[in-house]
Each structure stands twice: as structure tokens, then as C-alpha cells.
Design a binder for this molecule. Structure first.
Ligand SMILES: *Cc1c(COP(=O)(O)O)cnc(C)c1O
Length: 392
């Protein structure tokens, strides 16, 4: 494979909606990705929180290839086994009752917004359809989820937008209460704002909002597209807030690398979504869902103990590196703020040259390593970061 040729072709034929590194990844194994010249990169990005089991995990590869050789797709006019198996596992791990499968995080959030409105307008009245979201949130790129996203920079040039969304600042319960009227059907939030800079919500705030919403039958939608599936040290991040949401959305890590989105709903909400109310041609695809089952099966107690031990090791190591002002987020969703005018984008680029892939979120460096990482992987990443930061 010729790196230059791949990049040139991409620039000619792919829309320029992404700022890419001049790096062509050719294959991967475990924690490492390899470029066209065979150079190895320790990957602390997981393809933005997707490759929960790293590259080409043997159990995931086997599940996906087995299913691909048997039946790759059937439409939702017929039953196939893998989607029900995955849904059953998700309900068992979250306490929610039913699942709708789509193909991405945005679609999952779109589905959750539809579920919330459907429940509210059929239970109460047609005008009770407003969705509140948080300032600085990120919920996706479709028109409704873009509207739900509380960051103006994403909205520019794409209006008009769907009506009846409202924005409230995070961690301000009084403003939340003032924003609630008879038209509000749901509040949607990330427990840790990912694209917004890896910022966790205050536990008190979440508790106050939850109590208020439960008392007024306003649905809580937790967007766990980035925080879910073990990323923060529990299966869902909202477990650590003692929160029992009516709707949870998952995507990124759930498929282990194949496209999937899921809306998890409580029974009272799911019961309002009858035949014809929602759908997706690819949703619940058997190959993707077989891979999802392999992801969930890998996440046993020992696996989660490793996630938490590695998160502690990583956070402790990061806190003592040069120029590090603070370390944010939860579990293996890590944000790093720098002092002394050190720019996250420069750190990211320098790490890449030294064979470590990392992300940025707003002004912070962001780490989303595969959840299978070892003690030695964390030590190596810290050593490269130390090296990079020491020379800045
Ligand atoms: C990535 C992300 C989305 C969008 O997911 P896509 O699969 O890109 O549509 C939505 N919400 C959160 C919190 C995300 O991190």
C-alpha cells in the first residue's frame, strides 16, 4: 500500500469533512495499529471509543466471521437470533426493559428523542414535547441531534432546526427548575461530556434533576454513547451517579468496531412504541449484534477490575507529568488540561510521531484507550507522554 496514493485519492474523492493526520492505518492487533510502512502505534483512542476490545480481538473476530458465513442480513421483517441475545444481555446489565437497535450514536439519540415524545404526547398532551439538553453537550450530527447539541459551533449554516429544544447550563439546578414548564417531556444529558472537553457532571446536580424529573414524570435520557459499555469503570456511567434513567443510548463501544446504536428503554416508554413507530433497515443486523455479544461477554468482573486498576494507574501517572494542570473524566475516559501554554493539539501531534495515538477534546488532550490495556501499556503511554511533555 502506497501512503501517498491513499491520501491523494481520499482527498480527491472523499468530502473534506474531517481534519485527518497524514497517517494510513493498514492493520491492527490488540493495543497496536500499524501504518503502511509497518510502523507500530500504541492506540489510546480506540477509534474514538469504539474498539473496546482493541484491534481484532479473537473472540470478536470469531463471532463476526461465524455470523457472516451463516447469514449477514435479513431485514426486520423476520426474526434473527443475535439481536435478541444482545438486547437480553443489555437489559440484564442495565435494568432497562427493551431495546431498539440502529446504526450510530446520533441515530440512537434520535430514537430516544422520538421515544420520549411518543410517551409524553400519548400519555399527557400533544404540546408536551420539549426536550431540555445541556450547554456544551454533544449528541450527534443529524438535524434533531444537532439541535439537541448545546454548542453553537455545530449549528452554523444548517438551520432551520426542529422545534422545541431548550438548553440549560450544567450543574445549575435552579436554572433547570426555571426552564421546566408543562411543555417539557425529557431532559437529555451525558454523565461526562466527551466532545465538550471530558467534563463530568456534579453528582448532586444529577441527583437533584433526577428527583425532580421522577416526581413530575419528565423522562431522563442519558446519552451513554461515549461513556457506556464499561468506559468509565462501570457498565453505564450513570450507575456511579445512582441514576435510574428511563432511556439510555449506547453506540461507540457496543459493536467492538462495527456500526451500531441502541436505545434502551423502561417498559412504560417502550410500550408506547408500537409497529410502524420507528425502524431501521440495518438496525439489529446479525453480524454486528453477534460482535456486540462478544464484547459484552468479554466484560466480566475480572475485565472490569482491570479497567478500574488501569484507570487509577493512568490517572496517577498523568497527574505527575510536566505541564499537567488537571486530569478530568471518569475511568478510562480521560481529559488532560495543560498549564504553561502547552497546546493539546501539539502534544497530540508529538505523541503520534513517537508512536502513541491520542485525541483532543476542546482544549484538552483526551485518552480513550481500548479497555483491554495492560499495566505495561499504561506505563509505555505514560513514558511517551513524559518524553513529549518534558521537551515542551
Ligand atoms: C460520538 C457521540 C455521539 C454521536 O455518535 P455517532 O455514532 O457519531 O453518530 C453522540 N453522543 C455522544 C455523547 C457521542 O460521544
Amino acid at each position: 500500500m502506497n501512503t501517498e496514493k491513499v491520501i491523494k485519492r481520499d482527498q480527491k474523492y472523499i468530502m473534506h469533512t474531517y481534519a485527518r493526520s497524514p497517517l494510513v492505518l493498514e492493520h491492527g492487533e490488540g493495543m497496536y495499529a500499524y501504518d503502511a510502512d509497518g510502523k507500530a502505534y500504541l492506540d489510546f483512542t480506540s477509534g474514538i471509543g469504539v474498539n473496546a476490545l482493541g484491534y481484532c480481538h479473537p473472540a470478536w473476530v470469531q463471532a463476526v466471521t461465524m455470523q457472516a458465513t451463516r447469514l449477514q442480513h435479513s431485514s426486520n421483517l423476520y426474526y434473527t437470533a443475535p439481536c435478541g441475545k444482545l438486547a437480553k444481555r443489555l437489559c440484564a446489565r442495565t435494568g432497562l426493559d427493551q431495546v431498539f437497535f440502529g446504526n450510530s450514536g446520533a441515530e440512537a439519540n434520535e430514537g430516544a428523542i422520538k421515544c420520549a415524545r411518543k410517551y409524553s404526547v400519548t400519555t399527557y398532551d400533544p404540546d408536551r414535547n420539549k426536550v431540555l439538553t445541556l450547554v456544551n453537550s454533544f449528541h450527534g450530527r443529524t438535524l434533531a441531534t444537532l439541535t439537541a447539541t448545546g454548542q453553537d459551533v455545530f449549528h452554523k449554516d444548517f438551520g432551520p432546526f426542529p422545534a422545541n429544544f431548550g438548553y440549560i447550563p450544567a450543574n445549575d439546578f435552579d436554572t433547570f427548575k426555571a426552564a421546566v414548564d408543562d411543555s417539557v417531556c425529557a431532559v437529555m444529558m451525558e454523565m461526562v461530556q466527551g466532545e465538550g472537553g471530558v467534563v463530568a457532571l456534579d453528582a448532586d446536580y444529577v441527583q437533584s434533576v433526577a428527583d425532580y424529573c421522577h416526581a413530575h414524570d419528565i423522562l431522563i435520557i442519558v446519552d451513554e454513547v461515549q461513556t457506556g459499555v464499561g468506559r468509565t469503570g462501570t457498565f453505564l456511567a450513570c450507575e456511579q451517579f445512582g441514576l435510574k434513567p428511563d432511556l439510555v443510548t449506547l453506540a461507540k463501544g457496543l459493536g467492538g468496531g462495527l456500526p451500531i446504536g441502541a436505545v434502551l428503554a423502561s417498559k412504560k416508554v417502550a410500550d408506547t412504541m408500537g409497529p410502524g413507530s420507528h425502524g431501521s433497515t440495518f438496525g439489529g443486523n446479525p453480524v454486528v449484534c453477534a460482535g456486540g455479544c462478544a464484547v459484552l461477554d468479554a466484560m466480566d468482573d475480572a475485565f472490569m477490575r482491570n479497567v478500574n486498576a488501569r484507570a487509577a494507574q493512568l490517572r496517577e501517572g498523568l497527574a505527575s507529568l510536566p505541564h499537567v494542570a488537571s486530569v478530568s473524566g471518569m475511568g478510562l475516559m480521560v481529559g488532560i488540561a495543560f498549564a504553561d501554554d502547552v497546546k493539546a493539539a501539539d502534544v497530540r501531534a508529538a505523541c503520534e510521531r513517537k508512536g502513541l495515538l491520542v485525541l483532543t477534546a476542546k482544549t484538552r488532550l483526551r485518552l480513550l484507550p481500548p479497555l483491554i490495556l495492560s499495566e505495561a501499556d499504561v506505563a509505555k503511554a505514560l513514558a511517551i507522554l513524559d518524553d513529549v511533555l518534558s521537551s515542551m
